[in-house]
Write a protein that binds this ligand. Structure first.
Ligand code: IPE
Ligand code: IPE
Ligand code: MG
Length: 242
């Protein structure tokens, strides 16, 4: 979608995915505990939803907690889960006010029951909204997602509801957590790391990547505009010739 952003006509990506990174370092710089950084990171996510929608983005997906993040201290994991609890409950009203639809991807079976319940309520309460599609990756790992999809497909074949010849790329996509979402056009990772860390490996096959040293809690509207400018300089060829 073409949009006039601060006097500049830019092609705005439909789906932006972000690996939110650098909360811990942001807190450390302030001589504060890591969970202080996660709190600031959560506030930055709320602001980002508004900014990015105003910029014309339709799908916004964030990596909030990976299947590997359980390796962190109990204190940190508990702190992150409590922030989530707060977010899930408090955001129903705000999401509806902003016409935002919220989804959660990842394996829910390892999450506390009250969190699973809060996710279901939030998804349900916002499913009629037609504004920003905001997706939170929670206990998400790309390899784990593929494993779950493969198990589901194998079961269908075994039980006879699917044939081997049904297994097309679209069929696989439809068995992923992201079945309802288009693939990301732009993937952003903050904090200077330039790796994927198991985020959407299938879905980002043709995404453009934007890496920035800015720590997630410091990432603002102007940084999104910078990322969209960078995206506009890319020439997406999808394997063809232009
Ligand atoms: C990202 O920030 C948030 C989560 C992974 C939950 P980090 O906690 O990874 O921050 P750094 O990388 O230690 O600075
Ligand atoms: C990736 O960040 C996971 C999330 C942002 C949720 P990490 O900080 O966990 O990744 P690594 O350890 O640097 O690869
Ligand atoms: Mg990190």
């Amino acid at each position: 979608m073409e949009k006039n952003i601060d006097g500049e006509i830019l092609n705005v990506p439909r789906h932006v995915a972000v690996i939110l990174d650098g909360n811990g370092r942001w807190a450390k710089k302030r001589l504060m505990p890591r969970n202080y950084g996660h709190k600031a990171g959560a506030q930055a996510v709320e602001q980002a939803c508004e900014d990015i929608y105003n910029l014309g983005v339709q799908y916004f997906t964030v990596y909030a907690f990976s299947t590997e993040n359980w390796k962190r201290s109990v204190e940190e994991v508990t702190g992150i889960m409590n922030l989530l609890r707060n977010y899930l409950v408090n955001s129903i009203e705000r999401s509806n006010k902003n016409n935002m639809r919220v989804r959660v991807i990842g394996d829910r079976t390892a999450l506390a029951l009250d969190i699973v319940d809060a996710i279901r309520k939030l998804e349900d309460a916002t499913k009629q909204n037609t504004g920003l599609n905001f997706t939170i990756a929670l206990n998400y790992g790309g390899r784990d997602e593929l494993r779950r999809a493969m198990t589901a497909i194998a079961k269908e074949v075994k039980e006879g509801s699917a044939e081997l010849t049904d297994i097309t790329e679209d069929f696989i996509s439809a068995h992923l957590d992201t079945a309802e979402l288009p693939d990301p056009d732009l993937l952003i990772r903050t904090s200077g790391e330039e790796r994927i860390s198991n985020f959407l490996p299938w879905q980002i096959a043709y995404s453009e990547f934007y890496f920035t040293p800015v720590l997630w809690p410091d990432f603002k509207r102007a940084d999104f505009v910078e990322a969209i400018r960078y995206y506009n300089k890319r020439d997406r060829r999808y394997g063809g010739v232009k």
